[in-house]
Ligand binder design. Sequence first.
Ligand code: FES
Length: 170
Amino acid sequence: MCAQECKECKKKPAQWRDDFPIEWEKDQYVTRREMVKFLTLGSAFLVLANGVLAAVGRFTHPGKTSRRSVALASAVPLNSSVLFRYPTDEDPCILVHTREGGFVAYSQVCTHLSCAVIHRPEQDTLYCPCHQGFFNIQTGDPTAGPPTRRLPRVALQQDGDVIFAAGMEV
Ligand code: FES
């Protein structure tokens, strides 16, 4: 651009250039110090926002640690399962009476793409029919198929014949 009268094009510079003499290169120049300051403050803000969201989530889900009866132990035969909802009525879970005689419970939501996991007693496993995902019945760890994360486990308590859900172990 012509800053003064140009010898080649013989044009006078626009009047506004005299009125607003801004040097564009310097105007868009960001120093390293400014960049580091921006990244540091941005990171600090994200960490703070994460903390606030975690705290809000913890206090707005009071049902997460509440105790809720799930089933009568005597009503669930060996190597079978029952479905229940925990910690809220929106959260499907599965209680399994294992071949060995213990009880385990997990979220029924597959960790791959959230299909419902079912019990396969003949294979002693938890199975997701959507993409052939398999989970270890004792640990909830994925054993085959696309899931890579284990199923969230429901902490259980037994009081006489009644089995209670008493928290989520994520
Ligand atoms: S949703 Fe369960 S394996 Fe894909």
